[in-house]
Design a protein around this ligand. Structure first.
Ligand code: HEM
Ligand code: HEM
Length: 289
């Protein structure tokens, strides 16, 4: 898929999600905003109630979307014969699309009445969607191959340039200055303890101090302003890469824990949804069939 095609692919998904949300809100708000007692007498009740032609249909279509979004992605990830059907990355985007739009339709299906055991399914769905957003954030922090395989620490390290050799060959610095620059540039691991956020903030300020120290050394070695900026940029890029390498293990670890949290909610949601469907069919609800 070309870059333009990919952009159109993503924008189409975003457009459809926004369109459906706005349309359902606009069309249904006069009904959904009434109290439970008033609803019964509302002219749209037969249409929008969870067992109404529209409301029931939203539940069925939304559920089919979620089921297809989950099982198509799981299948593409696990079965080799599906490899020909596009990159994993596109399938994950399709998963996110269907599993965002589906829950929106299901939310309108409930008509904002969360009663009975099926409300556990609803709130599990909310938890899966919320954790999905967090998971997506962690997912993109981990460098991957074009096919979606996580890069190993070694592979990311191979992306590093040899900054020491470059500085030594390009500028005549005294040995003491050269060693001081190398020390400031080489990865100093993030502070132990504290939470991830405070460690990131701490490292940010530490890198800032190191950059200022490097600038002072370069100026003391009589480098021109242009060269100071050039070397500082190189060092900044090197520090950014070191930080990514440093955080890679944390992010990979976090992603493992995330899977442990995301999956059980999806399973609870799906099991209770199946019970809910069996109960409604037993009670004789057939939608338009
Ligand atoms: C994860 C998916 C689903 C969730 C979270 C969900 C949730 C709900 C909720 C909260 C209600 C309202 C309960 C109440 O009135 O207190 C409801 C009603 C209903 N749902 Fe679903 N639903 C889902 C999928 C489905 C599907 C796939 C079908 C049909 C095959 C369906 C059929 C119905 C029917 C017929 C009612 C009305 C029941 C009645 O008025 O007694 N639902 N659903
Ligand atoms: C009702 C909604 C959803 C359900 C039931 C669901 C279910 C699942 C399941 C079962 C997996 C595991 C797939 C596997 O390991 O093979 C998964 C993975 C994932 N989902 Fe969802 N999901 C939902 C919504 C979302 C949303 C809204 C997002 C993002 C905004 C999202 C992002 C992800 C990500 C990033 C992965 C990890 C992919 C990987 O490790 O390969 N999910 N989801």
């Amino acid at each position: 898929m070309s870059q333009l095609a990919h952009r159109i692919y993503i924008y189409t998904f975003v457009f459809l999600v926004v369109l459906a949300t706005v349309y359902l809100f606009y069309r249904g708000i006069p009904y959904y905003s009434t109290s439970e007692v008033e609803r019964f007498y509302h002219p749209d009740h037969d249409l929008f109630k969870p067992s109404g032609a529209f409301g029931h249909g939203l539940g069925i279509i939304g559920t089919l979307m979620v089921l297809f979004g989950v099982f198509s992605y799981m299948g593409r990830k696990r079965y080799r014969f599906l490899v020909r059907l596009g990159r994993l990355k596109y399938w994950l985007e399709f998963h996110i699309f269907l599993c965002s739009l589906g829950p929106i339709l299901i939310m309108y299906h409930t008509a904002f009445k969360f009663g009975g055991i099926v409300s556990i399914s609803f709130w599990s769905m909310v938890a899966v969607v919320a954790s999905g957003v967090i998971g997506r954030f962690i997912y993109i922090q981990i460098p991957r191959t074009i096919e979606g395989r996580e890069l190993s620490l070694q592979e990311v390290k191979e992306m590093k340039t040899n900054i020491g050799t470059f500085i030594q060959n390009s500028y005549s610095l005294d040995q003491e200055s050269y060693q001081a620059i190398l020390a400031a540039t080489t990865a100093s691991p993030q502070r132990e303890g504290g939470n991830l956020f405070s460690r990131i903030v701490h490292k940010y300020f530490e890198d800032g101090r190191n950059i200022r120290a490097v600038k002072r050394i370069l100026r003391a070695n009589k480098l021109s302003g242009v060269d100071v900026r050039k070397v500082t940029k190189l060092i900044r890029d090197e520090m950014a890469l070191n930080n990514r390498i440093d955080r890679l293990q944390t992010m990979q670890q976090l992603f493992k824990y995330w899977h442990v949290a995301h999956l059980p909610f999806a399973i609870i949601m799906l099991i209770i949804m199946v019970i809910h469907v069996i109960v409604t069919i037993t009670f004789g609800y057939r939608w338009i069939f």
